[in-house]
Design a binder for this molecule. Structure first.
Ligand SMILES: *[C@@H]1O[C@H](CO)[C@@H](O)[C@H](O)[C@H]1NC(C)=O
Ligand SMILES: *[C@@H]1O[C@H](CO)[C@@H](O)[C@H](O)[C@H]1NC(C)=O
Ligand SMILES: *[C@@H]1O[C@H](CO)[C@@H](O)[C@H](O)[C@H]1NC(C)=O
Ligand SMILES: *[C@@H]1O[C@H](CO)[C@@H](O)[C@H](O)[C@H]1NC(C)=O
Ligand SMILES: *[C@@H]1O[C@H](CO)[C@@H](O)[C@H](O)[C@H]1NC(C)=O
Ligand SMILES: *[C@@H]1O[C@H](CO)[C@@H](O)[C@H](O)[C@H]1NC(C)=O
Ligand SMILES: *[C@@H]1O[C@H](CO)[C@@H](O)[C@H](O)[C@H]1NC(C)=O
Ligand SMILES: *[C@@H]1O[C@H](CO)[C@@H](O)[C@H](O)[C@H]1NC(C)=O
Ligand SMILES: *[C@@H]1O[C@H](CO)[C@@H](O)[C@H](O)[C@H]1NC(C)=O
Ligand SMILES: *[C@@H]1O[C@H](CO)[C@@H](O)[C@H](O)[C@H]1NC(C)=O
Ligand SMILES: *[C@@H]1O[C@H](CO)[C@@H](O)[C@H](O)[C@H]1NC(C)=O
Ligand SMILES: *[C@@H]1O[C@H](CO)[C@@H](O)[C@H](O)[C@H]1NC(C)=O
Length: 837
């Protein structure tokens, strides 16, 4: 009994914080004046946060010298005082921060005459003003500044602030980051599987590093964020903090270490933080860090000592003697977040987007997206936040006075960087002069050579130059950069017909897919030309090429990364868990998206491209299951011999089912060959079976032939993927898709519709005639049966199809040129770019 009593007293003593009585004062000048928690984990004292600044003393609660709360953080100077500053706990119960030099009250807790009789700093870091031993009148946990520690509850009544940035918890449980209280640049909600209406949500940091949301209407707290070291052992304090760069991060700090490590950040791409570089500032990445600069030399930094303070025009628009002009920024965008979004968005071409802003008096800048949506954003409010990175698919314009003076390109930077940044100035100068001289000599040499040689080459090289400059040129990476980005080609995503694909993380933290091409025997120039063509091809349903590398024998292409991988994994996977099964609506949208992407390649883009390798492996899905066609334009990069070897034989051996009969009959390959392959893919999307699969279920026939038999019997359910049998679906859409697929796999190319028509048929724009039997059995295709019908057949179809004029001229031109070649060469006949000029 007595033992128990002693234990109890010890317990009381350890739990009870040592009380601080009124009439106590902490002063900045005395480093020993502090109020500590009973076990000394936390203390309240003055910290000098910038050793070079005599006015940067803060009254702060700290852990390992890391401040977790600051007195007066929301005042003008953020609670900074000089060495004569004091924190006073007055006998009237108020806690006040005093600027010693002026004697003025910088901040006060506002607890005068509320019965406060003592204060304490608890072991969890909470500083409380109390009127008894237990009751709280005021506490730092209830008045957070920019940090939350374990045990602290963050509710929808609280706000974390840092400069113009703030973090709040919305009533619906969303975590939101705001700039200047208005622009929401981060908004993350509960997983949609949690379907409840919250009444009073509260966010808490668990000591093991999990951020969880609790609410009376939730049975258990929902974990919303895991720090990367969660549940790691050790005496670690984890806390989350809104940093002054506008990012929300979770940090870990081992007791006694005095260091803190980032374990999670709300925005992985810092440049996406609105206003990070101030008004008119442009955020970009050097090798490692986000950096701020001005859009061009028409601007200057507002504060030369702090590039994050933004930029200003050297000549204001209001003082512009002549009319304003538009500065063009390639691969740049102006960040647009709600509620700004409703301001001005419309669909317009790039030059229209520029012009719209120029003539609109209220417009200061505009951004034209080149991601296939063709969206134009007009910026009216007088605060614009820029982001420029070689990987951004957009072009921006900024209204300026006078001629544009672009920033100098970083020639010397690159040289310095390659040499570890320790190159003496004269070396740089010599290198620059030498390279310039070299370039001049090379150019001169080329000129002479071109004039002496064929004029054909001259036109080729001028076309090359045009392509490179007109297309918002792709980024050129060095092999070293890509090696680093892929961590030495470590994480293989797959192996396509043209080489292996690896996951990479680029300097702006964007994830990308790097394809290491094999069997390329083309010269540098030819390669760059193809790259320029591919990268000038932008469409929502085409995988975007970000850049390339051509160095020695290395040829690599850098593509945007598609989170959900390729279609085949979903259609034919044995793993039928819910995430891996596409429902009918998704399948239909994928079929339509794929058709739109191919239509664009065939009919709408500047240099028309026949894909030559349409199959589920080359249809990628982004995070929203939007289909993106990949690997277009590559067939031409492979040298003819190698091409035949790779594409043809690997097809015949592996995925032969997608090759149009004309491939095997050595006949011209046209865009209709892609239509055939698409038809096979469409049938697979519906049936979930490989088109060349033979099984009991398909009556020991090839799936495509068996499907037509079932179609003739009117037995659509038999063709449908069994895995969808318990789902609701639009049978009319199913019927349409099946009929379109049979039209596409007609043996005669002339019988097949154009891709443009396929899109219309799928959309249900018009009635679809009953398709005749495709009857193609590979190898039975007789070359003789085609040579008359194909030319005439194609032109009739082209004439009857409501295709754009450019497409029909493309088809006839392409067809004739290839048909006229007697001994058809696979490469030229594949019409990778029918040169329409
Ligand atoms: C605080 O100090 C003042 C005089 O400086 C004294 O009058 C007052 O009683 C003290 N209050 C407490 C609670 O000790
Ligand atoms: C010193 O720090 C304070 C508070 O952060 C700041 O307002 C002030 O401008 C700084 N002074 C100098 C010279 O950097
Ligand atoms: C101090 O107390 C806190 C809360 O009870 C505990 O988490 C921490 O481990 C303690 N620290 C030491 C050094 O005893
Ligand atoms: C503390 O304040 C509460 C309410 O504000 C009051 O009910 C209580 O009696 C007070 N306790 C003391 C010891 O003053
Ligand atoms: C935080 O909330 C939990 C339950 O919601 C409660 O038990 C705890 O006392 C709260 N902590 C503080 C410091 O208010
Ligand atoms: C922030 O918003 C206020 C109005 O709410 C506005 O007056 C102020 O100019 C804004 N700050 C900046 C930097 O735009
Ligand atoms: C909550 O966040 C989700 C994103 O996770 C967003 O779609 C939704 O619109 C947000 N809700 C509100 C009310 O902002
Ligand atoms: C939602 O939660 C479920 C179960 O907790 C999980 O399987 C799923 O991946 C989550 N979805 C997202 C988008 O986080
Ligand atoms: C949430 O509230 C809305 C309207 O207030 C209601 O329509 C909806 O059914 C509620 N959801 C749940 C899960 O209670
Ligand atoms: C990138 O910028 C940061 C800050 O602006 C600087 O500290 C760093 O040295 C720069 N790195 C390179 C490689 O230039
Ligand atoms: C920039 O810093 C220098 C010295 O560090 C100082 O002399 C100058 O006044 C500062 N400029 C501004 C605009 O603060
Ligand atoms: C500026 O443009 C306006 C309207 O386009 C035109 O009337 C005016 O003459 C122009 N001023 C100059 C100096 O070019």
């Amino acid at each position: 009994m007595r033992l128990l009593f002693i234990l109890f007293t010890i317990l009381i003593i350890t739990i009870e914080a040592a009380d601080i009585l009124p009439n106590s004062t902490l002063s900045a000048s005395n480093p020993n004046s502090k109020w500590s928690s009973p076990n000394n984990t936390f203390s309240l004292s003055f910290l000098q946060l910038d050793p070079t600044n005599q006015s940067s003393y803060f009254a702060a609660i700290s852990y390992n010298n890391i401040p977790i709360w600051k007195a007066g953080a929301d005042t003008v100077n953020g609670g900074a005082v000089d060495i004569s500053g004091e924190l006073r706990f007055l006998s009237n119960g108020d806690l006040q921060l005093i600027s010693g030099s002026s004697g003025s009250v910088v901040w006060s807790s506002g607890t005068v005459n509320r019965g406060v009789s003592s204060a304490s700093l608890d072991d969890n870091g909470n500083f409380r003003l109390k009127n008894g031993t237990v009751s709280n009148i005021w506490s730092t946990f209830d008045n957070p500044t920019d940090t939350i520690v374990p045990g602290q509850n963050f509710t929808n009544n609280h706000v974390l602030r840092s400069g113009l940035y703030s973090f709040s918890l919305m009533n619906n449980g969303n975590l939101s980051l705001l700039w200047n209280g208005s622009i929401v640049y981060y908004n993350s909600g509960l997983n949609s599987s949690v379907n409840v209406n919250l009444s009073s949500p509260s966010l808490g940091m668990q000591p093991i590093g999990i951020l969880s949301l609790s609410d009376p209407s939730l049975l258990n707290p929902v974990n919303v964020v895991y720090s990367s070291d969660y549940a790691d052992e050790g005496n670690i304090l984890r806390f989350f903090k809104l940093d002054n760069d506008g990012n929300l991060r979770i940090y870990s700090s081992t007791q006694g270490s005095g260091t803190q490590n980032v374990r999670w950040a709300a925005l992985t791409d810092q440049c996406q933080v609105f206003g990070y570089c101030g008004n008119f500032g442009v955020c970009s990445y050097n090798e490692t860090d986000p950096t701020c600069g001005c859009p061009s030399q028409n601007f200057e930094l507002t504060d030369p000592n702090d590039s994050r303070k933004g930029c200003r025009r050297i000549v204001e628009l209001s003082n512009c003697p002549s009319n304003a002009t538009m500065l063009q920024l390639d691969n740049a965008k102006f960040l647009t977040y709600p509620p700004e979004l409703s301001e001005q968005i419309f669909s317009a071409g790039i030059s229209a987007c520029r012009f719209n802003c120029l003539v609109n008096g209220a417009c200061v800048a505009s951004t034209s997206l080149a991601d296939g949506t063709g969206m134009c954003y007009i910026k009216q409010p007088n605060f614009v936040s820029g982001y420029q990175a070689p990987t951004l698919p957009s072009t921006s314009f900024l209204k300026i006075c006078g001629p544009a003076m672009p920033n100098p390109t970083a020639v010397s930077d690159t040289v310095q960087e390659k040499n570890g940044g320790r190159v003496p100035g004269w070396v740089v100068a010599v290198v620059v002069v030498a390279s310039v001289l070299g370039l001049i000599l090379l150019e001169g040499g080329l000129w002479c050579w071109c004039f002496r040689n064929s004029s054909k080459f001259a036109s080729l090289s001028s076309q090359y130059a045009l392509l490179e400059y007109a297309s918002g040129a792709p980024v050129q990476f060095t092999f070293n950069q890509l090696q680093r980005a892929t961590k030495g080609f470590k994480e293989k995503l797959g192996a396509g017909g043209f080489g292996a694909v690896y996951r990479a993380v680029l300097a702006n933290r964007a994830v990308a897919a790097v394809k290491q091409l094999e069997g390329i025997e083309q010269g540098e120039k030819q390669f760059r030309m193809e790259v320029a063509t591919i990268s000038s091809t932008h469409h929502l349903n085409l995988v975007r090429l970000i850049g390339f590398c051509s160095e020695g024998r290395h040829r690599l292409l850098v593509y945007e990364f598609m989170k959900n991988g390729s279609l085949d994994k979903f259609l034919f996977s044995e793993d039928h868990s819910s995430g891996r099964l596409l429902n009918w609506e998704q399948r239909y949208n994928i079929a339509l998206g794929t058709a739109r992407g191919i239509t664009y390649l065939h009919e709408e883009c500047r240099d028309c491209i026949v894909h030559c390798d349409i199959k589920p492996e080359n249809i990628l899905l982004d995070e929203n299951y939007v289909a993106k066609v990949s690997d277009f334009g590559l067939a031409k990069l492979i040298n003819p011999k190698d091409h035949r070897h790779r594409t043809l034989t690997s097809h015949v051996r592996g995925t032969r089912g997608y090759l149009a009969p004309e491939w095997l009959a050595n006949l011209p390959i046209t865009s209709k060959s892609d239509v055939y392959s698409y038809g096979m893919v469409l049938l697979e999307i519906v049936s979930g079976k490989r088109n060349f699969e033979v099984s009991e279920e398909t009556n020991q026939k090839k799936c495509s032939l068996w499907a037509y038999e079932e179609f003739e019997r009117g037995n659509m359910e038999a063709i449908m993927d069994k895995k969808l049998s318990n789902q609701e679906m639009d049978m009319e859409q199913v019927m349409r898709a099946i009929q379109v697929s049979f039209w596409c796999i007609q043996e005669q190319p002339s019988q097949r519709p154009t891709m443009g028509k396929v899109v219309q048929m799928l959309e249900g724009v018009f009635e679809i005639d009953r398709p005749p039997a495709p009857k193609a059995t590979e190898g039975s295709f007789a070359g003789t049966s085609l040579n008359t019908s194909s030319t005439s057949g194609l032109s009739t179809f082209a004439a009857s199809a409501p295709a754009p004029s450019s497409s029909s001229s493309f088809q006839t031109a392409g067809f004739q040129s290839s048909a006229s070649a007697k001994n058809v060469d696979r490469q030229s006949s594949s019409l990778l770019h029918s040169e329409i000029k």
